[in-house]
Design a protein around this ligand. Structure first.
Ligand SMILES: *Cc1c(COP(=O)(O)O)cnc(C)c1O
Length: 388
């Protein structure tokens, strides 16, 4: 059997894969088993933020692997504690719960909101507002949080307690806060899966104000936007707001599964012994990878991310067959004249791996993609988009 046949016979049919069998890579280049070279413009959906098999990341991970690969959360380990410290230092927040994915990081945030409702607001029942067109994960509860009906249809009944508000309509959110007992508002600064759509700044600032006035937790889902992706360490830092809870995952581990729910002052004391847990959470190898990734994301590095972003905007904005470019940093959505799926398929054939998001072509390259390789990929993307 070929690899494709083997996979199709034994792996659950939940993914529509490209006709590409990947073998190995280095940085932003990936090779298939038949020796074809691809430029990686998706980094495993915003995960491998320093590319494939980055030297420094590998060193950190391998050295931890040889020391202690897992301990459970019954004991103290250094990578976990140091990563939590670094996340707090870089955000001004107070405490971190480690999970293994974005959905799980959001599950923790949702538990915090429920705990806040009962412990602080004295409500027996409370709601969390999320936005229409959002994406918060695939567990039943994070699906319920996700503001897209087509994800809900097949899996009723979902966890109750979520209301979906229109994005960029602060009056609408205020009205919901008057009508319902609301414990938290959870949103993405840039809706990634929803089509790389950035919320407008007045709206985000309005949510911040509304939450502070009404004792509601401001919770930002930075699973995709976090960890340098938008040119700041976390995307909320572009908006000058102070969230009570930040969730992140994807790029955090540089390619290893880790999620984090970061808590500010209002949230840090909500969970106590036994309230939440995870066998793998805070795994030392994943934390060592994450630590090595975050330590390298200083201002100088983030400025380079912004410069690469400008390079892409410049090359794509006035290009034939491209209607618009949305997003920030290295999280970009391209509205193309051709169907996005066709563009991505043809780019793959020509050796450039891109993503889609709704009707757009989505780019999430490694944050350190060399300009030369980036330009090479853009040549292909520009020429494929122009065929319309
Ligand atoms: C990908 C994503 C998630 C889910 O993350 P998983 O690691 O797949 O569980 C949640 N929120 C946002 C904004 C995402 O982009």
């Amino acid at each position: 059997m070929t690899l494709t046949q083997l996979d199709q016979q034994y792996v659950a049919n939940t993914y529509k894969r490209f006709d590409v069998e990947l073998s190995h890579g280095k940085g932003s280049e990936i090779f298939s088993f038949d020796g074809k070279r691809y430029i990686d413009m998706g980094s495993g959906i915003g995960v491998t933020c320093f590319g494939i098999a980055d030297d420094k990341w590998q060193e950190a991970v391998i050295s931890q692997l040889g020391a202690l690969q897992h301990t459970s959360n019954l004991y103290y380990t250094s990578p976990c504690a140091r990563l939590a410290q670094l996340l707090c230092q870089r955000t001004g927040m107070k405490k971190v719960f480690f999970a293994n994915s974005g959905a799980e990081a959001n599950e923790c945030a949702i538990k915090l909101a429920r705990k806040y409702a009962s412990d602080v607001k004295n409500l027996s029942e409370a709601y969390i507002i999320t936005l229409k067109n959002s994406f918060h994960g695939r567990t039943l509860t994070t699906l319920a949080a996700t503001g897209q009906d087509h994800f809900h249809k097949l899996f009723q009944p979902l966890t109750p307690g979520f209301i979906h508000a229109e994005a960029n309509d602060i009056e609408g959110v205020k009205k919901l806060c008057r009508e319902y007992p609301v414990a938290a508002i959870l949103f993405e600064c840039i809706q990634g899966e929803g089509g790389v759509i950035e919320l407008n700044e007045e709206f985000v600032k309005g949510l911040d104000e509304l939450c502070k006035k009404n004792d509601i937790l401001l919770m930002v889902d930075e699973v995709q936007t976090g960890n340098g992706r938008t040119g700041k360490l976390y995307a909320y830092q572009n908006f000058g707001i102070t969230p009570d809870v930040v969730t992140t995952a994807k790029g955090l581990g540089g390619g290893l599964p880790i999620g984090a729910c970061i808590m500010g002052e209002k949230a840090e004391k909500l969970l106590s012994y036994g309230d939440h847990g995870s066998t793998y959470g805070g795994n030392p190898v994943c934390c060592a990878g994450a630590l090595s990734v975050l330590e390298r994301m200083d201002d100088e590095f983030l400025d380079k991310v912004k410069a690469k972003s400008e390079l892409i905007f410049k090359r794509l904005s006035s290009s034939k067959g491209i209607r618009s470019v949305s997003g920030r940093g290295l999280m970009l959505g391209i509205e193309t004249c051709r169907p996005a799926g066709d563009v991505v398929k043809e780019c793959a054939e020509k050796g450039v791996l891109c993503l889609t998001a709704k009707t757009k072509v989505r780019l999430l390259p490694a944050l350190n993609i060399p300009d030369e390789i980036l330009n090479e990929a853009l040549d292909v993307i520009v020429s494929v988009c122009a065929k319309c």
